[in-house]
Design a binder for this molecule. Structure first.
Ligand code: CA
Length: 223
């Protein structure tokens, strides 16, 4: 886990660098706003600790610029404790706001918390070249986004969560009963699977396998 510390105070840099490395993180340091932008463009950090007062700009500007392009978590770390400062940071997409002087163990605990939250949001199920982003509901096949209906998405996400598991037709039907709002019969299921396969480029059923007389199984190889 790489943490990019954007900070211009050498004493804080020294202390935090030591603390983070002790905790098993790799700590990279940027002392200027521009330097931070360059470093992020070169290699994405897993999290950024961001000071507000920087020699060539402020943390707000940096956060705003980064948020247009990146989703990694940002924790503001600053002496500014006015409510409006805190609110502004959150409005710009900050994941947390910690006021200096901070307590070491609390800081580490809040970093871990933000990372846990972040990893859940970015969770991606992968089967061959099919990627499904759990939080956003995006599905990509070989990097290309495909649009699925609610029903197709529900079936795919259930199956991708358990690749290799047999899903009987009855199981799938009872699972999609709730979201479809009306009765889904066996034939509708067959048609939905057929459309889903087409969208996934799996017309031969090599990824969503038919298990004859039983149901379907997700294979993990590429389409
Ligand atoms: Ca500063």
């Amino acid at each position: 886990m790489k943490i990019l510390l954007v900070e211009d105070n050498e004493a804080i840099i020294m202390g935090l660098h030591y603390l983070l490395e002790q905790e098993g993180y790799t700590c990279l340091v940027a002392r200027r706003r521009r330097e931070a932008e360059r470093m992020v463009a070169g290699e994405l950090p897993d999290l950024m600790l961001l000071d507000i007062g920087l020699p060539d700009g402020d943390g707000y500007q940096l956060c705003q610029i980064l948020r247009q392009q990146y989703t990694f978590p940002v924790i503001f770390l600053t002496a500014r404790e006015e409510e409006e400062d805190v609110v502004r940071a959150f409005d710009l997409g900050a994941d947390d706001y910690i006021i200096k002087p901070f307590r070491n163990r609390e800081l580490i605990s809040r970093i871990k918390n933000v990372m846990r939250r972040g990893s859940k949001e970015r969770e991606v199920l992968q089967c061959g070249n099919i990627a499904l982003e759990v939080e956003s509901g995006r599905v990509r096949v070989a990097g290309e986004e495909v649009t699925l209906t609610k029903l197709e998405y529900r079936i795919l996400s259930s199956m991708m969560a358990y690749p290799g598991k047999l899903f009987t037709r009855d199981e799938i039907l009872s699972d999609i009963w709730d979201i479809s709002g009306n009765f889904v019969n066996d034939n509708t299921l067959s048609v939905t699977i057929k459309r889903l396969r087409e969208k996934l480029g799996d017309t031969e059923g090599r990824v969503i396998r038919t298990v004859r007389g039983m149901g379907y199984r997700m294979e993990s190889h590429s389409v």
